[in-house]
Design a protein. Structure first.
Length: 142
C-alpha cells in the first residue's frame, strides 16, 4: 500500500516537472551544483532515499535547489538498478526495460560501442539520435 502511494507521488512529481520542461521550450537545463551518490537495492534503500529528499526539502534553499535540478542524484558504484546492468569499457551496455533517454545515453562510458536493448525498452527520439552521433550500435535482445 505504501509503495503504491510513493509510486503515485513520484508519478505526480515527474508529470509536473515534464509539464514545466515542455512549457519552457528552448530553456537550458540547470547544471547541478552538487551530486549525491545513492544506493538503491531494496525497499529499505528507497525509504532512506526518500527520507534524504524530505530532509533536504526542510531547508528553503536546498528545496529550491531540488526544484531547479541543481542537486543530482547518481547511483553509487556497485549499485544496480532493475533497468540496467553495468557495462565494462568498450563492451555492450545492457538495458532490459524502461525508457532510454538522451541523458542516459550521455552517461554511458565513452568507450561504449553498442547498447543491447530489451523488448520492453522504449527509446526517445533524442536518445536514438545521440546514440547515432556517438557511433553506438543499437541491438535488440530476443
Amino acid at each position: 500500500m505504501a509503495e503504491q502511494m510513493i509510486a503515485g507521488l513520484i508519478r505526480e512529481v515527474l508529470a509536473e516537472e515534464l509539464a514545466k520542461l515542455r512549457s519552457e521550450k528552448g530553456a537550458l537545463p540547470a547544471v547541478p551544483l552538487r551530486e549525491e551518490r545513492v544506493t538503491i537495492a531494496n525497499d529499505a534503500d528507497i525509504a532512506t532515499f526518500i527520507q534524504r529528499i524530505l530532509k533536504l526539502s526542510e531547508d528553503p534553499s536546498e528545496r529550491q535547489m531540488l526544484k531547479d535540478g541543481r542537486i543530482a542524484f547518481r547511483l553509487a558504484a556497485g549499485a544496480t538498478g532493475p533497468a540496467a546492468a553495468p557495462a565494462t569499457a568498450g563492451q555492450a551496455h545492457r538495458i532490459e526495460r524502461g525508457l532510454l533517454s538522451e541523458r542516459q545515453v550521455d552517461l554511458l562510458p565513452r568507450q561504449t560501442k553498442s547498447v543491447l536493448i530489451g523488448k520492453q525498452v522504449r527509446m526517445t527520439p533524442l536518445a536514438r539520435d545521440r546514440l547515432r552521433q556517438r557511433g553506438i550500435v543499437i541491438e535488440r535482445m530476443e
